[in-house]
Write a protein that binds this ligand. Structure first.
Ligand SMILES: *Cc1c(COP(=O)(O)O)cnc(C)c1O
Ligand code: SF4
Length: 369
């Protein structure tokens, strides 16, 4: 298996050796879109009447960066896009903890979280195309979260020394904020490890900076199959023509695409909005994978909803639309993700189970033995 993976890679490299190689294209459009913060405090005060002093206070604790593409999606103050990227004073007023999922404690080497038996989460980038106000890694992202070359080396060594790991999830920050060659250097080495069966990338870029998905990136990524990407759309307004193009390019490179949504108060906590989102995701060839209950993380309390809200959303999806569109609704804990389901079992006894369908009709299922 490993031999064939490597042979395959060599073959593809030979095929490509005729193509243009070498340096990253620093004047590609995505670099330009990231060049400067699309918002500054004076604009916010002028356009959206935000209190400058309070804003500065928030930004000094949790930095703000929005690229000009994502910023252009804002239609009005406090819409779903605005609330995801523009700071609010509530960020400084809660008693929650920075790292309730104990990620730091579960990192045997810096920036590598080994929580589950056969897979690890490997943080390889400290940057994002924007800083989401609800980020679960708000304690690190955009702050003094530096990933040293040494940390990457130690992470790769840890993975190669632990044969039980078969699945590596690259995360951050956003791994696609690395240059193509930096990213490839990491992926290539993980791919070459004998016991690694699949690589996954967790990235918000198809949503927040779709211009980052280029033909060059796709032709690099497709050398490392089976490679999966889980992206992160939270609202139907994020599914633009640009996002659709980005997802199509990735899908055409043979990369299966999943989506992880965070359930966010005032943004996507209504069944109609979620239904529209999951249907549009399937149209752009992205399979809804998870809806996360918003974590109990310091600075994001204003986005938390009740659990009942999440269950109502799942109830409104299951049966009413394609099963393919229905994600797992999960709460993350230091022990892992825990799925929650609306109640479909009315009663269960030794011989039979009484079930309720999505319309509320009751059915019996008799056990075979
Ligand atoms: C979410 C997560 C994973 C991956 O979980 P899957 O259910 O396999 O997608 C792995 N490690 C950590 C620490 C995670 O938070
Ligand atoms: S892109 Fe992901 S890691 Fe970066 S700020 Fe947003 S949620 Fe956090």
């Amino acid at each position: 298996m490993v031999e064939s993976k490597l042979l395959n890679l060599q073959k593809q490299e030979q095929e490509q050796s005729g193509e243009k190689t070498g340096s990253d294209d620093f004047d590609s459009p995505w670099h330009a879109l990231l060049e400067k913060n699309a918002v500054n405090i004076e604009d916010l005060e002028k356009n959206f009447k935000i209190d400058e002093k309070k804003l500065k206070e928030v930004i000094s604790v949790y930095p703000m960066f929005v690229n000009s593409y994502y910023f252009s999606l804002i239609k009005e103050k406090s819409d779903a896009i605005y609330r995801q990227c523009i700071p609010s004073k509530e960020e400084l007023h809660d008693n929650l903890e920075d790292d309730p999922l104990l990620e730091e404690l579960q990192s045997p080497v810096p920036n590598l979280i080994h929580r589950y038996p056969d897979r690890v989460l490997f943080l390889i980038s400290n940057k994002c195309a924007m800083y989401c106000r609800f980020c679960t890694r708000k304690r690190k992202v955009g702050k003094l979260f530096i990933i040293k070359r040494m940390d990457i080396e130690r992470g790769i060594r840890y993975i190669s020394e632990h044969k039980e790991i078969r699945d590596v999830i690259l995360s951050g920050g956003d791994p696609l904020m690395l240059e193509d060659n930096e990213l490839e250097n990491i992926i290539k080495r993980i791919y070459a490890i004998q016991h690694i069966e699949i690589i996954r990338i967790g990235t918000r870029v198809p949503c927040t900076l779709p211009q980052r998905i280029t033909p060059k990136l796709c032709s690099m990524l497709k050398k490392y199959h089976p490679l999966y990407i889980n992206t992160h759309f939270n609202h139907p307004d994020e599914i633009t023509d640009e996002a659709e193009d980005a997802c199509n390019m990735l899908a055409n490179a043979g990369i299966p695409l999943g989506n992880q949504t965070v359930l966010l108060k005032g943004i996507n906590d209504k069944p109609e909005i979620m239904k529209k989102l999951v249907k549009k995701l399937l149209e752009i060839r992205v399979k809804p994978y998870y809806i996360y209950q918003c974590d109990m993380v310091k600075g994001v309390n204003q986005f938390r909803t009740s659990i009942e809200t999440g269950l109502k959303i799942i109830k409104a999806l299951r049966g009413f639309t394609s099963g393919m569109a229905v994600p797992h609704y999960v709460i993350d804990t230091p022990g892992g993700k825990i799925p929650l389901l609306p109640e479909y079992v009315v009663r269960k006894d030794k011989k039979k189970i009484i079930l309720k369908d999505y319309k509320g009709n009751i059915y019996d299922y008799i056990e075979c033995c």
